[in-house]
Design a protein around this ligand. Structure first.
Ligand SMILES: NC(=O)c1ccc[n+]([C@@H]2O[C@H](COP(=O)([O-])OP(=O)(O)OC[C@H]3O[C@@H](n4cnc5c(N)ncnc54)[C@H](OP(=O)(O)O)[C@@H]3O)[C@@H](O)[C@H]2O)c1
Length: 410
């Protein structure tokens, strides 16, 4: 089997190493030897060492004209030129295995259509939650399972930051600097902090669970930008852990809703102890109850492992790959607790705003920096920071840990 490899960074290198490490098993499984025919990179100078063992080029014409690949792996990232290159191979009838969440979320619909019309696969197991085999689980073992809701911690960088804040008492900014030092966060962390990374991923998962691509304009996205230290502290005192959560739920009649937002997790929820760069995904449906997966969301070995397994899965799988529909979730009618945070300087305006929408205020807690109003409702919005609570949490059951920090609850 002849492989063309687009990109030779963290993931591309991992793919080559994984193929070399398990070459014999792969040969036995595929009944043929796998060979990396050519590797496309951008900067020639960086790749002198690899040229001893691999055919490495920065010339797209050279790479594309070889064109007798059986499969192409895309590990360049971003929209262009990954989109143009992927399209080129799919149109030629050559299947593509991708790790590129942004490309899949933005152009997946069109690329899948091309692949389907050529009766080949465009697959992207590694694009969501790196090492967790969620895509092929949804397309394989759960392909006819009705799913009502899928929830995930899909961004390792923000989960690392929030874990450090909780465990070491550092600020979000300090934890971000540490994440950058350790290589968990890019020098420009916008995609992670502003929630774009998780937003691409939940759009992909929603498509697989409910059968069609959502309109991206209707998928809400909030990152950690509005989260302040005292919000996190107050949540912790009430037994809640802050996470950046992505969620998609089926509402019935072909409609689904999805969002990425910070959420407080109650301590009985499976996500409470998902720490550091680890990812987790909770799938819910009437025939499976709750199914929770947890594992590495990124990293060279785990991501490359997913790409290679993706090739094997797709090569052996002849069933229909996409799910037809979801099953209605209770989300449409469910009431949740939300925290609305109002800083001291905004208190006058804040209480008017909180009371304005006939919100059912069920508790109020004070912090030296401001007040939090606990409101029960559906899709609560406010000009002030709002954080939803996930899991079973009832203000009536809360034991206030620090009386001096929290003055009263209604
Ligand atoms: N890193 C992870 O843990 C991880 C996990 C899951 C998914 N992913 C996804 O995997 C993809 C690759 O990520 P990565 O971390 O491996 O990125 P990376 O380390 O930055 O590697 C990107 C590779 O693509 C090459 N490249 C960039 N622009 C190019 C162009 N215009 N033409 C040809 N080659 C080009 C680069 O060439 P040079 O080497 O010459 O610069 C480099 O080899 C992304 O979509 C990412 O979201 C990554």
């Amino acid at each position: 089997m002849k492989i063309g490899l687009l990109g030779f960074g963290t993931v591309g290198r991992g793919v080559v190493e994984r193929i070399q490490m398990t070459n014999q098993q792969l040969t036995n499984t595929l009944s043929q030897q796998i060979n990396i025919e050519a590797v496309l990179i951008k900067n020639h100078q960086k790749h002198q060492a690899e040229k001893q063992t691999l055919f490495v080029t920065n010339d797209w014409q050279v790479f594309s004209q070889k064109c007798d690949y059986d499969v192409v792996f895309e590990a360049i990232g971003g929209l262009e030129p990954a989109y143009e290159y992927t399209r080129f191979f799919l149109e030629k009838g050559i299947p593509v295995v991708s790790a590129n969440k942004k490309l899949v979320a933005e152009k997946g619909s069109e690329l899948e259509e091309i692949a389907e019309s050529r009766n080949i696969f465009y697959s992207y197991e590694a694009a969501v939650a790196g090492g967790i085999p969620i895509i092929n689980l949804l397309e394989g073992s759960l392909s006819t399972t009705p799913i009502s809701k899928i929830t995930g911690i899909l961004n390792g960088t923000t989960n690392y930051i929030l874990t450090e804040v909780k465990e070491k008492g550092v600020t979000v900014e300090e934890a971000l600097s540490q994440a950058q030092l350790l290589g968990y966060a890019e020098s420009d962390p916008k995609d992670d902090i502003e929630g774009y990374d998780a937003w691409y991923k939940i759009r992909i998962l929603a498509k697989l669970c409910f059968g069609s691509w959502l309109n991206p304009n209707k998928v809400e996205r909030k990152g950690l930008n509005d989260v302040q230290q005292w919000h996190i502290e107050l949540g912790q005192k009430l037994g809640l852990t802050l996470k950046l959560v992505a969620e998609a739920a089926y509402l019935g009649d072909g409609e689904a809703k999805a969002e990425v937002a910070p959420a407080f997790i109650s301590n009985d929820h499976p996500f409470t102890y998902v720490n550091g760069v680890t990812n987790a995904i909770l799938i819910e449906g009437p025939t499976i109850g709750q199914l929770c997966l947890q594992g590495p969301g990124a990293g060279k070995e785990a991501t490359a492992n997913s790409m290679v397994e993706d090739l094997l899965f797709q090569s052996n799988y002849e069933g229909k790959r996409s799910k037809s529909s979801g099953v209605q979730s209770e989300v449409a009618n469910s009431f949740n607790h939300y925290f609305i945070f109002v800083a001291n300087e905004d208190l006058q305006e804040g209480i008017l705003e909180v009371e304005k929408d006939d919100n059912q205020i069920c508790a109020q807690y004070s912090h030296p920096e401001g007040e939090v109003y606990v409101v029960k409702g559906q899709d609560i919005t406010s000009p002030f920071p709002v954080i939803k609570i996930i899991g079973d949490w009832d203000p009536a059951q809360v034991k206030v840990e620090t009386e001096s920090a929290i003055l009263f609850s209604l």
